[in-house]
Structure formats: C-alpha cells, structure tokens
Design a protein around this ligand. Structure first.
Ligand code: SF4
Ligand code: SF4
Length: 371
C-alpha cells in the first residue's frame, strides 16, 4: 500500500510504501504547492516511533551484550520492568494510524521474545504501520523468521560476533526477510569495522550494514566514545565513502562525521538528529522521550491520559528542539547538522570552536524559562 501524508502545519508532504518501506519527504511547499527546496524542521506528528515493547531482557543475567563488548544503553543487566502491555501498544498504534509510517520495536531486550510478539505485529498491520526491530538473534528460529517475513519491513541483527549472530542472519535471509547488520561503532570496535569494510567481510545476502555510534548511556562507557581527532575515525568514514556489495548506513547521530569526512555522500541524503523533529521513543511504561538514549529522562513526558500528539507539541519536547535550533550559531553547516547530538556533546564528530560551549550558551540564556 502506498500513501501520502500532507502536513498542513509545517507545509510539506511525505510518501510511504508499506510494502517496500520506501519513504520520501518533500521540502517546504510554497502557497502554490511548489517545493522550495528547504527542509522542514519538524513534522506535526512523529513519522517514526521507537516503541520500547521490552521492559526487561531475558539475557540480562547472562550479560550477552557485555560478553560481545557492547554496553547495553538500556542497562538491561540491572533494570527489570514489565514488558509493554498489549492494550498499551494498541492504544499507541491507533493514534499513529496514517500519521506514523514505521515503528522500530525495541526496549530492554529482544522484541522477538515479547510474549505477545505476533499480536503486536498484527496490530501494526491493522493500522498500516510497518514494524522493524533489532535483535541479538539469540532466540531466532524459523518460526519467528516466518512471522517476520509476514509482517515486518527489515530486521537488524546486532553484530555480537557469535555463532548465534551468524545463525540468525542465515535464518532470516533463508526466510527472505530483508536483513541488516547493526554494528555499534566505538573505540573498541572501530579497528574491526575498518578491516571488515576494506575486505567487504560481512555475511553474504545482507541488505545493509548500519553503523550505530556508541554513546555513554546506560552501561555504555565513556572510554568507548570515539574522538574526532582519532585518525581511525577519518579512515572509517573514508571506507564508508567507498562502494561495497552491500548498502552502508549510519545513524543520524553520525551525520557530523559524514559532513566532515565524506566526499561522495549527497547532502540531500543526510538527516541529522531526528529526535522530537520526526521521531521519538516510547518506553514500556508509556514514558515518551525525544530519543531512546535519554536514559536520564531529561525530556520525559508521561503518556496516558496525555496523547502522543499532546506530548509531541508540549513544552518539554520544545525544549529539546530549541537546542537543535540554536546550536552552533554562525556555522555554515548548521542547517544540515544542527549541532549533532543534544544529549552527548562528546560524541559529536566536530571540533570547531563554534561547537564548543554551545550548551553553556543556551544555559546562560535561561534554557528552562519557558517551561
Ligand atoms: S559547529 Fe556545530 S553545526 Fe557546525 S559542523 Fe560542528 S557540530 Fe555541526
Ligand atoms: S539525541 Fe543524540 S543519541 Fe539521540 S538520536 Fe539525536 S543524535 Fe542520536
């Protein structure tokens, strides 16, 4: 099914194909409906919602991610909450019908291990929402892979460098599921990333490798944060810039690095941090945040009875947007980059003076006055 959304408030259109996942957003339209070429800053409702259906991780006690060198940003080793209830998920999905295109199912653990996994996917389908998710692959089997084929867009397997990683990728590809690899890029994994990109050494048949920048959230450590001055960072982006037999993607948190180091990537294909602009996160207990990495809940809005739309248009989310709007005045990349990550300035691949102290600038002007 293909459909078009017209955002009357922010004057743009978006098109979405629920079968292929193809998504197109126009620039701001003038009064004659002509594209001005300027990107809208935000939409009047999130296009993509990260829905944290998992409240706890069945691998938490065994430390599956820690053994793979990944610090769970949701602190799955320590925090245990109930999974999202089916009626809460349904309440969310109904509000998003023909407003959000995609749900990225996630939270603290593998979404394919949720007790109501298939019903959750069915609810998405009933509301014309394409579900995607990331899994460790530990519990993947042919039955789950067939369910994914029936309902999901793409499935990503976290690169945990284990037998179960490879088995899950093979099982999903055999079920003809569009399968990606999600690779957390940090100090401890960048050498391997460069080597594998150079050698095109990722499993055959995958759709894409998506690099997700390590953040010091939850159990993610500061030691693993990459420094823009580390020569390996430039080398990595150089490899991203080259052609590969699979697609290579990056999370929007890496956009400042692409702007700085890549030469062949079209600026039109880049979208910097979409938090509170086109996407948000909803936790298993119905706490809504601009981004799932806001583990300190600095920008939390409690839903129910508050609706998603009310939370989206409230002052808390506006406070997050203000950071993106006012970051780095005078930088020629401001429009494209918006200062990068508002939560963790240390992960932004930029060392320009304009970036330095931008948070202090905002605080000096009384950031919280408008709440
Ligand atoms: S100064 Fe700010 S807007 Fe400019 S490239 Fe650096 S982080 Fe991005
Ligand atoms: S707030 Fe930071 S971590 Fe979250 S999506 Fe934006 S850039 Fe990434």
């Amino acid at each position: 099914m293909k459909y078009r959304l017209i955002d009357q408030k922010y004057k743009f259109m978006s098109f979405f194909d629920t079968d292929t996942g193809a998504y197109l957003r126009t620039g701001i339209l003038d009064k004659n409906g002509k594209d001005t070429g300027r990107d809208p800053f935000m939409g009047s409702f999130p296009n993509l919602i990260d829905v944290g259906i998992m409240g706890h991780c069945i691998h938490g006690k065994t430390g599956l991610c820690a053994k793979a060198g990944i610090g769970c940003y949701q602190s799955g080793l320590m925090v245990e909450k109930p999974n999202m209830r089916l009626e809460d998920f349904s309440w969310i999905a109904k509000q998003c019908r023909h407003k959000s295109n995609q749900f990225a199912l996630g939270g603290r653990g593998d979404p394919d291990q949720h007790e109501d996994f298939e019903q959750i996917l069915q609810i998405c389908k009933e509301n014309d929402i394409v579900p995607n998710f990331t899994t460790s692959g530990y519990g993947m089997n042919t039955e789950i892979a067939d369910i994914c084929k029936k309902y999901c867009g793409a499935i990503a397997v976290s690169w945990y460098r284990s037998d179960y990683t490879i088995n899950a990728i093979k099982t999903l590809i055999a079920a003809k599921v569009k399968t990606n690899v999600h690779y957390v890029l940090g100090n401890n994994t960048i050498d391997e990333a460069i080597r594998r990109l150079k050698a095109n050494d990722f499993p055959q048949g995958i759709n894409a490798v998506i690099f997700l920048l390590h953040k010091p959230a939850g159990q993610g450590t500061c030691e693993n944060v990459l420094d823009v001055k580390d020569p390996r960072v430039e080398q990595f982006f150089h490899e991203v810039d080259n052609l590969h037999p699979f697609k290579v993607g990056l999370d929007s948190c890496s956009v400042p690095g692409v702007i700085r180091f890549c030469k062949h990537i079209l600026p039109q294909s880049l979208d910097t941090c979409e938090g509170a602009r086109f996407s948000c996160y909803i936790d298993s207990d119905l706490t809504m945040l601009p981004c799932s990495f806001d583990q300190k809940k600095q920008y939390a809005v409690k839903l129910n009875p508050l609706t998603i739309e009310e939370g989206w248009n409230g002052t808390v989310f506006d406070r997050f947007r203000k950071r993106l709007k006012t970051a780095c005045p005078g930088c020629r990349h401001q429009e494209l980059c918006k200062g990068g990550c508002s939560l963790f300035p240390e992960i932004v691949f930029c060392d320009k003076d304009k970036k330095v102290n931008r948070f202090d600038d905002i605080k000096d002007k009384g950031e919280k006055d408008d709440e």
